[in-house]
Design a protein around this ligand. Structure first.
Ligand code: DO4
Ligand code: MG
Length: 285
């Protein structure tokens, strides 16, 4: 079962439920105006199952615009959760190699703030590469949707856009490598009612198109993430409250070869089996 936010042809922002590939059901017909009303419920999947029995107004997906599936949650990210990411980070920086090596093995994961909800880029909207960076990559990641009680209640697709030269120059520059205009894309769907064990079978695939050709493609699986979802969510919620819940990117397991950098007008396409596809063009910001 998949949740979304969408914009109608009358410019109304609605919460939608998708049971097939062709339509979204308008949950405002059932009094649901925010994603939060579903995500904070004790049993989001059960609630959606019950609501799907009601007569809900259906919109053709082709006629609406899918938006980022977020209301008021902060977006955070975990880093160095895949062996591939640890290796890439160690190669890009002699200076910080030990830190990456240590954090991969440490009990406490690397967690960093990524985005305010209103800055998140939705499906089809441009993601950004910094004007002052020379080496820019997308990071295709599974994103955990966590309610205010710290429970993982759904999954969406995230792109943790990153400037590797800035990150590699000095670990203290990480916020600048990670947080800038259009550096975080999410969506379009939140899949609910799926256990961690089931999600661990999902594939994450990325394709970067340049002038209609594939400039890079790669794939990994959610099962390669070193830490459990509850462990990551548990650390995020230690000594910190999230009254509206949070979205937590779980790290990247796909890193393009060192010679590769994104260019304006590239198109980044990320597929996660079990969720769908997030596609965004690239612009300089
Ligand atoms: O430590 C730097 C960030 C790593 C990251 O974003 C990732 O592994 O996905
Ligand atoms: Mg990342």
């Amino acid at each position: 079962m998949k949740l979304c936010r969408f914009l109608t042809t009358d410019d109304e922002v609605l919460v939608g439920l998708s049971l097939d590939d062709a339509t979204v059901l308008d949950l405002s017909t059932a009094g649901i105006e925010r994603l939060e009303s579903v995500l904070e419920h004790n049993d989001p999947a059960g609630l959606l199952r019950d609501l799907s029995q009601d007569t809900l107004h259906a919109h053709l997906i082709q006629k609406v615009r899918l938006l980022s599936p977020i209301d008021r949650q902060e977006v955070w990210a975990a880093g160095v959760t895949y062996l591939r990411s640890k290796k890439a980070r160690m190669e890009e920086s002699d200076f910080s190699a030990t830190a990456y090596d240590k954090v991969y093995e440490a009990a406490r994961p690397e967690l960093f703030f990524k985005s305010m909800p209103e800055k998140v880029v939705g499906p089809g909207e441009p993601v950004g590469i910094r004007k002052d960076a020379r080496w820019n990559v997308p990071e295709p990641e599974l994103a955990l949707v966590i309610n205010s009680r710290g429970k993982v209640v759904g999954y969406t697709i995230g792109n943790d856009m990153s400037s590797r030269d800035i990150e590699g120059e000095n670990l203290l520059y990480l916020p600048q490598a990670k947080i800038y205009n259009r550096s975080c894309a999410l969506g379009p769907w939140i899949t609910v009612g799926v256990s961690e064990a089931e999600a661990r079978d999902w594939k994450i695939q990325i394709q970067i198109k340049r002038k209609g050709q594939i400039a890079f493609e790669g794939e990994t699986s959610v099962g390669q993430i070193k830490r459990s979802f509850d462990e990551l969510a548990g650390f995020l919620f230690r000594s910190q409250e999230f009254p509206h819940g949070a979205v937590l990117l779980t790290g990247t397991g796909v890193v393009p070869p060192d010679g590769f950098t994104l260019e304006p007008q590239d198109v980044v396409q990320i597929d996660v089996s079990g969720i769908g596809r997030l596609e965004n063009p690239v612009i300089e910001v």
